[in-house]
Design a protein around this ligand. Structure first.
Ligand code: IMP
Length: 181
């Protein structure tokens, strides 16, 4: 699994491993949707590459929407509070919604969003995450579709950032706490 690239960053999942797993997730979602329409709601900005790839692996009549929340800010620490920065563009009442997020970590973001979305009475609400860090959970929430379950590591790449950088790395890398940045 370990590989070294990007000046000392260790690759946790390569672009090929990601592509294979996303294809499997897409096939599973296609099967579960049973030909119904779907609204894929990405959580900006980290979920953008994952949503783009997952959407193309799902065979369904799908539309996109995006929300944005406050998250880690300028470092590896979270403030604990979640704030909505950008709301949905379109109502989701009576729709099949798939929330698409890069990482399920403490669960604060997705439980906040799930509560918010449920107020609109969607027909169904499912969650797809690329990475799950179950050991970090504060809120009781599980995803319906999980790419990879990982230990408590800080990761970057494939949408995920450290102080807004590294989102465009094609692989998922581990950033050690003593990385020079
Ligand atoms: P949660 O609300 O704690 O579940 O975290 C949600 C958000 O925290 C994720 O969508 C990421 O934006 C961010 N996050 C959590 N872990 C990491 C990480 O290892 N790298 C980069 N961002 C992270």
């Amino acid at each position: 699994m370990a590989d070294h690239n990007y000046q000392g960053l260790e690759i946790l999942y390569s672009r090929q491993q990601i592509a294979e797993r996303v294809a499997e997730m897409g096939a599973q979602i296609t099967q579960d949707m049973k030909g119904e329409k779907l609204v894929m709601v990405g959580v900006l900005k980290g979920a953008a590459p994952f949503l783009a790839d997952l959407a193309r692996a799902v065979q369904a009549d799908a539309t996109f929407d995006f929300v944005a929340t406050s998250s880690y800010g300028q470092g590896q620490r979270t403030s604990g509070a979640v704030r909505l920065i950008k709301d949905l563009d379109h109502p989701i009442e009576g729709k099949n919604v798939l929330m698409v997020e890069d990482i399920l970590d403490t669960g604060l973001t997705l439980s906040y969003l799930r509560k918010l979305f449920m107020q609109q009475r969607p027909k169904s609400l499912r969650i797809a995450v690329l990475l799950d860090k179950p050991s970090r959970r504060i809120e009781k929430i599980e995803a319906d579709y999980i790419g990879f379950s990982i230990p408590n590591l800080f990761v970057i790449g494939y949408g995920m950032d450290y102080a807004e950088r590294y989102r465009n790395l094609p692989d998922i890398c581990v950033m050690s706490p003593d990385h020079p940045e």
